[in-house]
Design a protein around this ligand. Structure first.
Ligand SMILES: [Zn+2]
Ligand SMILES: [Zn+2]
Length: 270
């Protein structure tokens, strides 16, 4: 299993000199599983991923966590949608395909990407067997879990060679303790990637917005006996130095658990 982070920023892309280290693109994760190309979320990070894939692969599976703009906005600029030999299987979140379709011109007098969805050269369709809560991708069993987020979101667990890998973004863990169903979902993860947008001291005004602080993500990873925690969905207003400070705080409390912050271009082979 090979993972590459193409977008690690939450809420909105935040390019600029202060985000060069951890990255300014919004959520996009590339997984190479058993020879298959799987992409989780189509944030702005999917644009450079598309350039890397163009002409090299003919099929990708695109799994969507939910329909907020920072997780969809990159699709119109994903170059493979203009490749007539490309097939894109869209799954995960219910109505993911309908959510992506809404980004494109539909004939109504409203804003939208100027090329109509139905005129895109690539074949973009619902992937078979991708209904939650579980399905298989080659040698991998994939499970989903509902998350705590306004309008909902889903996490993914990939069991198979190199795994388990768990990817949970846009999830607010409650202050009173980690939910048992998520502990089970993350149990024994070799790598747990989790929303760590905030510092614990920042959570007050952001309760109910659907994101977590590093301390609650750490508690989940420890309760589930995960081997490694990678914090992601970095706040758009947080500079590289501030993300590093957040990470340093988390590491002071992590004991034997390895903790990192996701960075654009980070590659893991597990
Ligand atoms: Zn988000
Ligand atoms: Zn969201």
């Amino acid at each position: 299993m090979r993972l590459t982070f193409w977008g690690t920023r939450g809420s909105i892309p935040a390019p600029g000199p202060d985000t060069l280290c951890f990255g300014g693109n919004s959520t996009c994760l590339q997984l190479e599983l058993d020879g298959r190309q799987v992409i989780v979320d189509a944030g702005s990070g999917i644009r450079p991923l598309g350039l890397a894939l163009l002409g090299k692969v003919k099929q990708v599976t695109l799994l969507i966590t939910h329909l907020h703009p920072d997780h969809l906005m990159g699709l119109p600029f994903f170059a493979p949608i203009f490749d007539p030999e490309m097939t894109i299987l869209v799954g995960g979140w219910p109505n993911a395909l309908a959510g992506l379709r809404r980004l494109f011109y539909s004939g109504r007098p409203v804003g939208g990407f100027p090329v109509p969805f139905d005129e895109l050269p690539a074949s973009i369709k619902r992937g078979p067997g991708l209904d939650p809560p579980r399905f298989s991708l080659g040698a991998y069993q994939v499970r989903t879990a509902p998350l705590s987020h306004p309008q909902g979101s889903i996490g993914y667990r990939f069991d198979g060679p190199g795994g388990p890998l768990v990817f949970i973004t846009d999830n607010e863990l409650p202050p009173q303790g980690v939910p048992p169903h998520l502990v089970d979902f993350c149990r024994g993860a070799k790598v747990l990637i989790h929303d760590g947008q905030y510092l614990p001291s920042e959570m007050g005004p952001y309760r109910g917005r659907g994101h977590s602080d590093w301390r609650s993500a750490l508690a989940l990873a420890q309760a589930a006996d995960a081997q490694r925690l990678i914090l992601t969905h970095h706040d758009p207003d947080r500079s590289d130095d501030e993300v590093q400070d957040l990470l340093d705080q988390a590491r002071k409390h992590s004991g034997s658990l390895a903790v990192d912050a996701a960075a654009e271009g980070m590659v893991l082979e597990i």
